[in-house]
Ligand binder design. Structure first.
Ligand code: MEV
Length: 323
């Protein structure tokens, strides 16, 4: 579905995400599988006398994603906008808060300037996130724009769109949602995607780098096949293998390891999700053990959510009344 044109005030909502297989390796052209989760960020914009975010004019300059979105999508000759942003996606947690903010803001601004195709929104949301972060793949923003499950660099599933940066291109494909319930849990340790991606780039420049990437690819391909085959045990096993590789890359963290150990008795498998070095884990609970897994994560000090695939991606919603 395209993004329809809308008058101001306008609001849009976009989901966060978690990465099931292939984080980091995707930046180096290898396959990745992402799940858009049913935790959302909503951004509303109305014409105002001066630019502001959540009632604070200073906040705009401190928010690189908003600054970037305005530079990409809002002609300065148009009226200034007052933005309001509310979110259930924990920030700096590896759960796609910046992708959800970039996608929702881009959807709102695109709607206010005549609407467009979803593929254009996917490119715009990536340009905003990449512009603010300086590195990275379009996986997070494409999951947020598409909803459900999506794969990059995998050759599996129907093509949704292609996203480009310079002469690099990524194909984003739809993967069928098996309809499962997942656990995501945030350690509370904030992480910085840009720094972690750069550190991984240095690690992969070591002699075993290419072999490690081949192994990431093998596990991601097997993981995607297991999701498509709805084989929960195999997905759990591939999660463990993917986590082993992420440890070798140096992006795990003692708090992530403690959390993985805490949930282990009630899940098929678990791994860190996103950039790592802090942030969150994703786990596939054993059927009937979902709340137990959530409790175990909470007792270990995490902010834990039971999630499903978001049935829709970024979309325009009714703007809240703003007096
Ligand atoms: C961040 O959520 C995932 C990374 O693979 C970076 C990226 O793909 O942009 C670590």
């Amino acid at each position: 579905m395209a993004i329809p044109a809308s008058e101001l005030p306008v609001a849009a909502r976009a989901p966060g995400k978690c990465i099931l297989f292939g984080e980091h390796a995707v930046v180096h052209g290898r396959p990745e599988l992402l799940l858009a989760i049913d935790l959302y960020t909503q951004v509303a914009a109305r014409a105002a006398e001066r630019l502001s975010l959540n009632g604070d004019a200073e906040e705009v300059g401190r928010h690189p994603y908003l600054t970037r979105a305005l530079a990409e999508l809002w002609d300065p000759s148009r009226p200034p906008l007052a933005f309001t942003s509310v979110s259930r996606v924990p920030p700096s947690a590896g759960l796609g808060s910046s992708a959800a903010f970039s996608s929702a803001t881009a959807a709102a601004l695109i709607a206010a300037t005549g609407g467009s195709e979803r593929s254009h929104l996917a490119q715009a949301a990536f340009d905003i996130e990449r512009g603010a972060q300086g590195v990275g793949s379009p996986g997070d923003t494409s999951a947020s724009v598409a909803g459900g499950l999506v794969a990059l660099n995998a050759g599996t599933g129907s093509l949704l769109w292609e996203v480009a940066h310079g002469d690099r291109r990524w194909q984003v494909r739809r993967v069928t949602d098996p309809g499962w319930v997942w656990l995501v849990a945030h350690t509370g340790v904030p992480r910085n995607t840009g720094e972690t991606v750069r550190a991984v780039g240095r690690r992969l420049a070591e002699p075993d780098g290419p072999a490690l990437l081949d192994r990431f690819e093998e596990v991601a391909r097997a993981g995607i096949a297991a999701v498509l085959a709805e084989d929960r045990t195999e997905v759990g096993r591939r999660f463990q293998e993917n986590q082993e590789l992420l440890r070798t890359l140096g992006v795990s963290h003692p708090k992530l390891e403690a959390l993985l150990e805490a949930v282990a008795p009630s899940v098929e498998g678990a791994k860190l999700t996103g950039a790592g070095a802090g942030g969150s884990i994703v786990a596939l609970p054993r059927p009937g053990h979902e709340v137990e897994a959530q409790r175990r994560a909470a007792r270990a000090g995490a902010l834990a959510f039971i999630v499903r695939a978001s049935p829709s991606g970024a979309r325009v919603v009714e703007a809240p009344s703003m007096a």
